[in-house]
Design a protein around this ligand. Structure first.
Ligand code: CMP
Length: 137
């Protein structure tokens, strides 16, 4: 069993895709074990994206994540990290396969609807940032 993090970014919340994304997660037989809708504070977003601190898009992605409410979801299941990454599709939606969230609903890398943890180590780190109180189950 693995537990991983999904963030629905402000564009996904704005476009009423919370239901579609959580429906697909549950349909895949993955369990939602934590979920909340909230306005993210800048410090937490910067910590979340700390590996990208030197990248040219760091400021823009942090501005974007703090531009409106987001949803943080903790997802548990067998091979959950890889299963979720595959379900979300390539970071650049133009390279994402149809049938994935990005391949079906997104067009640009700046508004690629979701973030998901890249590996088990990142998942543990990111879950502790967004669910410091622990998970619901
Ligand atoms: P995400 O998986 O949340 O991780 C970092 C985010 O930065 C990424 O999705 C994109 O939304 C955004 N981003 C913008 N430009 C790039 C880029 N050239 N490479 C990777 N991520 C980028």
């Amino acid at each position: 069993m693995e537990t991983t993090l999904v963030l629905i970014k402000p564009g996904g919340v704005e476009r009423n895709l919370i239901g579609e994304i959580t429906r697909r997660i549950e349909a895949r037989n993955l369990q939602i074990v934590g979920m909340k809708l909230f306005a993210a504070d800048r410090a937490r977003v910067e910590e979340h994206y700390s590996e990208h601190r030197e990248r040219p898009f760091f400021k823009d992605v942090c501005d974007y994540l703090t531009s409106g409410p987001i949803v943080a979801i903790a997802v548990r299941g067998t091979n959950a990290v890889k299963a979720i990454r595959t379900m979300m599709g390539a970071t650049n939606p133009l390279e994402a396969t149809p049938g994935t969230i990005r391949g079906d609903f997104a067009l640009t890398i700046d508004d690629n609807l979701t973030h998901s943890s890249s590996d088990a180590e990142a998942a543990e780190r990111e879950l502790s940032i967004w669910f410091p109180e622990g998970l619901a189950k």
